[in-house]
Design a protein around this ligand. Structure first.
Ligand code: GUN
Length: 175
């Protein structure tokens, strides 16, 4: 992926922010996971947005399985009803809407919900894919394909997708 460009003043402000202000700014990026935002704050200064995302990925990969699972479980399932959507972070609402998941026909929605349930039952965490980088058709195909993976493969896939989700959220936050 090409390097992300931030205006340097925003990156500088992020590097200079108090830990509390940094954690506050990152609240939505990591699905309201303040402990992770605080760890990321300790990894400053960031030389670039790409540096930030690389450090985030390293930090998430170094977590134990239980901490990784807690982060994954903080993410909503895709294909929420309008009432469920209203309770999500603004970032999540945006992602679920722009990927076309809120306008699925009844057959596709039933496939998505059945796949989500089977995935949750097999792996113990929601199916995570970066919704903004995928069409609803691709999301459904990936869900059904990834159901055949092993749990360690899916833990690694999901963490990598969390970083892709966070990368786009960081771009929105700072550009
Ligand atoms: N759950 C699985 N993928 C996503 C995503 O891209 N965004 C949000 N908000 N939740 C997800």
């Amino acid at each position: 992926m090409s390097a992300i460009k931030f205006t340097s003043s925003k990156l500088e402000a992020l590097n200079a922010a108090s830990p509390a202000a940094f954690t506050d700014a990152f609240g939505g990026v990591l699905e309201r996971s303040p402990a992770l935002a605080a760890s990321l704050a300790s990894a400053r200064p960031f030389g670039s947005a790409e540096d930030l995302c690389n450090k985030l990925y390293g930090l998430l990969q170094a977590l134990g399985d239980e901490q990784q699972l807690a982060l994954l479980r903080a993410h909503p399932e895709l294909g929420q009803s309008a009432a469920q959507l209203a309770a999500l972070t603004a970032e999540s609402q945006h992602e679920q809407t722009t990927s076309g998941l809120t306008v699925l026909d009844a057959v596709a929605l039933a496939r998505l919900r059945a796949g989500n349930a089977a995935y949750m039952q097999k792996f113990g965490h929601p199916f995570i894919i970066c919704a903004r980088l995928n069409t609803s058709t691709a999301i459904l195909a990936q869900l059904e394909a990834r159901l055949h993976n092993t749990a360690p493969m899916e833990l690694a896939n999901a963490i990598s997708q969390v970083v892709d989700i966070a990368r786009l959220r960081v771009i929105d936050l700072l550009n």
